[in-house]
Design a protein. Structure first.
Length: 339
């Protein structure tokens, strides 16, 4: 399936092919990790922010625009769930405050943060067009120097003409050499709607730099094995906005001969019963057709009164495209938290 075909796909329709929610997540990650684009999430102190203008797009300085569009004040509030995963985002992120309008669609980048492994960007869209409930953006964020990326994106409709979005991008760099500063670019090029069969092209282009939010790194190097999967949890990094686990997985040739993709999702809790991740994956890459997979998964900050983190990898061995899968549950890895 091509990138365009994937982005035009209505994931909910995959139920007709008897696909579980877990496999849908794995299919999406499999496609994203094959793309050559990149991105990041951690603290940003905005080293520099540049707006690229075009002859057909209109650029705005954000303070004046925000006063006209009150919904743009603190976009992250629309994504704070019961776990308050983004509680510190507004305080620790950098104000990007850039906006461009083209062909009846105004795109506004609010805030962003780079935690040294991932980039999280909040943005909003105001449009004259009727995109319905399913607004999609074919062209994602890029990070200079990255060799590939994974991540996820949420877009929520908040009125007839307005949407808010949150993108989390995990870039891959050669030799895992994450830089202190990342340069992020975004040229959406078009906005599409499946339900209304609508595509609006235009000229939007953003360019900004983010500085890394420093965190505390805990070396783990704990290994679990089962049914041809050899999984090693390498490190956990704690920042004021996120917790990032890094891992390496090696899959046996026998398992790969039966399944096209073998990658993990995670269940992450603490000793008090708090749930941080429930069968969620992150970004990753493989340079040997899936035999060795190196990845990260990021989630919110750990509750202050927790003393242990419990990380259970669940590998999804899949043929993709609804052609079947199996789950391989590995033993939970229990980590004593630093105090």
């Amino acid at each position: 399936m091509t990138k365009k075909e994937w982005l035009d796909l209505d994931i909910d329709q995959l139920e007709l092919l008897d696909v579980t929610e877990i496999e849908k997540a794995r299919v999406k990650q499999h496609v994203l990790k094959k793309r050559s684009k990149t991105a990041i999430w951690r603290r940003i102190a905005a080293a520099s922010i540049i707006l690229i203008g075009t002859t057909t797009a209109t650029g705005f300085a954000f303070p004046s625009l925000a006063s006209q569009l009150p919904f743009m004040d603190n976009v992250i509030q629309f994504f704070n769930d019961n776990e308050h995963r983004y509680t510190n985002f507004d305080d620790l992120s950098s104000d990007i405050n850039l906006s461009q309008a083209s062909n009846g669609v105004t795109v506004m980048i609010d805030d962003a943060v780079y935690d040294g492994t991932n980039i999280t960007v909040s943005y909003a869209i105001e449009t004259e067009h009727d995109f319905g409930e399913e607004l999609m953006i074919p062209h994602w964020f890029d990070v200079a120097g990255a060799t590939g990326h994974g991540g996820e994106e949420q877009i929520t409709k908040i009125s007839d003409t307005r949407y808010v979005g949150l993108a989390t991008i995990t870039p891959n760099f050669k030799n895992d050499a994450y830089p202190e500063t990342v340069k992020v670019t975004w040229s959406p090029q078009a906005f599409t709607s499946i339900s209304n069969n609508l595509k609006i092209e235009g000229d939007w282009s953003f360019d900004f730099s983010l500085e890394r939010l420093e965190g505390d790194l805990q070396l783990v190097n704990r290994n679990v094995q089962k049914d041809g999967v050899d999984f090693t949890l390498q490190t956990i990094e704690y920042t004021d906005v996120s917790t990032v686990i890094s891992y390496e997985q090696v899959v046996s040739d026998e398992l790969l001969s039966k399944w096209q993709s073998v990658t993990p999702v995670f269940r992450i809790t603490d000793n008090l019963g708090n749930v941080y991740v429930d069968e969620t994956s992150g970004g990753g890459s493989s340079e040997d057709n899936g035999k060795t997979f190196i990845g990260t998964t990021a989630f919110g900050t750990i509750k202050s009164d927790a003393s242990q983190l419990i990380i259970q990898p669940v590998d999804i061995a899949s043929q993709l495209s609804g052609q079947g899968h199996i789950e391989i549950e590995l033993e939970p890895i229990v980590i004593d938290l630093k105090k």
